[in-house]
Design a protein around this ligand. Structure first.
Ligand code: DCP
Ligand code: CA
Ligand code: CA
Length: 366
C-alpha cells in the first residue's frame, strides 16, 4: 500500500490567534513582538500577519525596524503571550490527532501524521480526511492552516509550505519528482544555513540538482548520514516514519461549563472530576511537574491563563487542587467577563527521579 504522510502548519500562527481574539484588527498589519524590556521598543518580531509581511516585516527583525516599515499603515503591535498560544495549540493538536492514524507533534503550530491505513493508500480519500481536519480547525478555533500530503515527511512538509496560506496540496507519488525538482534546495527539511552554504559551494541550487549530485561527493562533504539523507530527501524517498509522541510534556483537562459563570466555587466544582483524573494520570505516569496553570476561555472566546512555577519538580498530586483556588481567583480577577470553558494543566514534566533530584540525592548521601 502507498504510504500517505501529511504535514499541517497553522498560518501566521501567533498573529492569527490575536486576530481571532480581536477580529477588529484583521484589516491592519498585526505584529506580535517579544519585548526584551531594556528600552521601550527593544526586542524582536516573533511573527506578523500577511498584511505586515507584504510591507516587508519579518520574524526576528528588531521591533524598531518593523515599526519604521509600518509607520504609515496603522499597525497593531502586540506583546507575545506564549501561554495563550500553547492553549490554542493544544486544542488544535487534539482536533488533528483524533482524525489520523499516527500523530507526531513537530512544533507549537505543526505536526506530521500518517493516513496510510485509514485512506487505504488512496490519495483522494486522504485528501478528504485532510479537508475534514482543516474544516474542524476552522469551525472550532476560527484558524486557517496549510496541509501537505505526500509519500514522505519531506514531501508532505514541502507540500504544506507550497499550500500557504490556507491550502491543501496533494503530491501524488508519481508526481513527486516533478514537484520537488524545481524547488530551491534551501526549502528541504533539514537543510539549514550551514548545509545550504556547502551545497551552494558545490553548485547545487535546486532539489533536482541535488538529486543528480554524485553520492560520493555528498558523502565526502556531509558525511555518510547527512549525505544519504540529502539524496533521499531530494527524490522524496526518505523513509522516516511518523512517530507517535511517546513522552508527554504536559497533561491537561478542559471542560465546557454548564453555564457561563465567574463563580469560583462553581468552576472548581465542575472541574473536580477533570482534576482527579489529571492527578491519577500524573501518579500513573510517574511524572513530576514544575508548572501548573489555570486556563479560562471567556465568553468572547479569548483565553486567560494564570500559572505558577515551583523551584523544584513537584510529585504530590494534591498540590493540583490546592493551587486551583488561588490560580482561578487570580484569573477571574483579571477580567470582568464570564468563563465559558475552564481547564487545568501541569507542564514541564520530568520523570520523578530526574537528573536534578538524582544529583541532590547523591549530594545528600555524601
Ligand atoms: N516564531 C517566533 N520566532 C521566529 C519564528 C517563529 O517566535 N523566528 C513563532 C511565531 C510563529 C510560530 O512560532 O507564529 C510558528 O512559526 P512558523 O515558522 O510556522 O511561522 P508562522 O506560523 O508565524 O507563519 P507561516 O504562515 O509562515 O507558517
Ligand atoms: Ca506556521
Ligand atoms: Ca511552523
Amino acid at each position: 500500500m502507498a504510504r500517505v504522510i501529511g504535514h499541517i502548519d497553522l498560518d501566521y500562527f501567533y498573529a492569527q490567534v490575536e486576530e481571532v481574539e480581536n477580529p477588529s484588527i484583521k484589516d491592519r498589519p498585526v505584529v506580535v513582538c517579544v519585548f526584551s524590556g531594556r528600552t521601550e521598543d527593544s526586542g524582536v518580531v516573533s511573527t506578523s500577519n500577511y498584511k505586515a509581511r507584504a510591507l516587508n516585516v519579518k520574524s526576528g527583525m528588531p521591533i524598531v525596524a518593523a515599526k519604521k516599515k509600518l509607520a504609515d499603515h496603522d499597525p497593531v503591535i502586540i506583546e507575545m503571550e506564549h501561554e495563550k498560544y500553547e492553549v490554542v495549540s493544544e486544542r488544535v493538536m487534539d482536533l488533528v490527532s483524533e482524525r489520523v492514524d499516527v500523530f507526531e507533534k513537530a512544533g507549537i503550530d505543526e505536526a506530521f501524521f500518517d493516513l496510510t491505513t485509514s485512506a487505504k493508500g488512496d490519495y483522494s480519500a486522504a485528501a478528504k480526511i485532510a479537508q475534514g481536519i482543516k474544516d474542524a480547525i476552522l469551525q472550532n478555533e476560527g484558524l486557517i492552516c496549510s496541509v501537505g500530503l505526500g509519500r514522505s515527511k519531506v514531501v508532505a512538509k514541502l507540500g504544506s509550505d507550497s499550500a500557504k496560506p490556507g491550502g491543501l496540496m496533494t503530491v501524488l507519488p508519481e508526481l513527486t519528482e516533478a514537484f520537488l525538482g524545481p524547488l530551491p534546495v534551501t526549502r528541504l527539511y533539514g537543510v539549514g544555513p550551514k548545509t545550504a552554504a556547502v551545497l551552494d559551494e558545490i553548485g547545487v541550487k535546486t532539489v533536482e540538482g541535488l538529486s543528480r549530485t554524485d553520492p560520493v561527493l555528498l558523502e565526502r562533504r556531509f558525511g555518510r548520514k547527512l549525505g544519504s539523507y540529502l539524496l533521499m530527501a531530494a527524490s522524496g524517498t526518505d523513509t522516516d516514519p511518523v512517530l507517535a509522541n511517546l513522552e508527554p510534556t504536559q497533561f491537561s483537562r478542559i471542560v465546557t461549563l454548564r453555564h457561563d459563570t465567574r463563580n469560583i466555587r462553581d468552576v472548581l466544582g465542575q472541574l473536580a472530576e477533570g482534576m482527579t483524573s489529571l492527578q491519577a494520570k500524573l501518579v500513573n505516569s510517574g511524572k513530576s511537574f514544575r508548572t501548573i496553570s489555570a486556563i479560562g476561555i471567556l465568553t468572547d472566546l479569548s483565553t486567560r491563563t494564570k500559572s505558577k512555577t515551583f523551584d523544584t519538580p513537584i510529585k504530590d498530586p494534591a498540590l493540583i487542587k490546592e493551587s486551583a483556588l488561588a490560580l482561578f481567583s487570580d484569573l477571574v480577577k483579571s477580567t470582568d467577563k464570564d468563563l465559558r470553558r475552564v481547564g487545568f494543566r501541569v507542564s514541564e514534566l520530568s520523570d520523578s527521579m530526574n537528573q536534578r533530584s538524582l544529583s541532590e540525592f547523591l549530594q545528600k548521601g555524601r
